[in-house]
Design a protein around this ligand. Sequence first.
Ligand SMILES: *Cc1c(COP(=O)(O)O)cnc(C)c1O
Length: 399
Amino acid sequence: MKRKLSERALGLAPSATLAISAKAKELKAKGEDVIGFGAGEPDFDTPANIKEAAIKAINAGKTGYTDVGGIIELKGAIIEKFKRDNDLSYEPSEIVVSCGGKHSFFNLSLAFFEPGDEVIIPAPYWVSYPPMVELAGAKPVIVFAGVEKDFKVTVDDLKKALTNKTKAIVFNSPSNPTGAGYTKEETEKIAEFAVENEIYVISDEIYEKLIYGGFEHVSIASLGKEIKDLTIVVNGISKTYATTGWRIGYTAGPKELVSAMTRIQSQSTSNPTTISQWAAIEALSGPQDEVEKMRSTFEERRSIMIEGLNDIEGVRCNWPQGAFYAFPNISGVYGKSHPGGKIGGSLDFASYLLSEVKVALVPGLPFGDDNCIRLSYASSVEDIRGGLERIKEAVSRLS
Ligand SMILES: *Cc1c(COP(=O)(O)O)cnc(C)c1O
């Protein structure tokens, strides 16, 4: 190229999680016997009723552009979902549908953040939050809570990060990558903090339905009028309905912000895929028994994964309340050696496992915690058992 790329693009790293999945796929394509725990998506097929709704939409000729922020029928289904599941009331003007929850968060960042703003992001965090905040020119302020705090920040932690530039805090419960879920009491404390200091809460509730062991998800927006006015809920159908490729996410919040996000969308993507929008109505409003089947399958796999990990020397894993990830602390093996080198951190450990025993997982570093690794249990019981055995073997070879 004859001219340089933008600073914006030059400073942007690719998504670490997508990169590791690509690497595992590449090895598999070469015929290598790889067990992949890198995936950030359910391994289930999309339920039949959702697929049929899409086919019906195609056959009915629902294939043109729609309203930029989503068809009114889908907004209606989303409003119903908020009432039914979260005891929250919204108007259509407070809802915007985007091309996945990631796109929702991206548009939100562009519409709401600018240079000079600070956005508190609890760590470990979803890999995409800091880059999206930075793309908007704002500053991510990372507040860390490690394994000993069950990866949950307290109001005391948040107070230390608060300045007069703090505009919002990102709240992701249950969390990717840790699976940690905030209890109602913990959520109330965060809500009080936000109201007291008049800062917004971006609540990413994409894993609200994938919860285990009796954990109850409480939307922070449902805790009172004041906090509702300060909360922007980001959600989507990808994880709950095994529809990651369909690209439907949505945002609920103040109508000025929703309108700004819609304007950004009108000058960039236009509407999310029409066919997927019709399918999303079926996902949200149709029978929910497939969701429960997938959830209980994840719960069984969770037990096998967490017990297996805790059975490996030097590995310590908390029980996640939701999502489909284990996030064990592996600092117990740091400093140990193998013929090819030394394990100094999560990147070393991940690449050691991939080359030594062909197990792909994501190092904790890009999530903001180099003492941990992320393993997705959105894979078969057979793979989970086999993969755990391989990891145990690889760890036992370290000295
Ligand atoms: C997967 C995920 C999303 C959104 O995914 P989309 O497919 O873009 O809807 C948002 N937040 C977190 C934490 C996720 O893990």
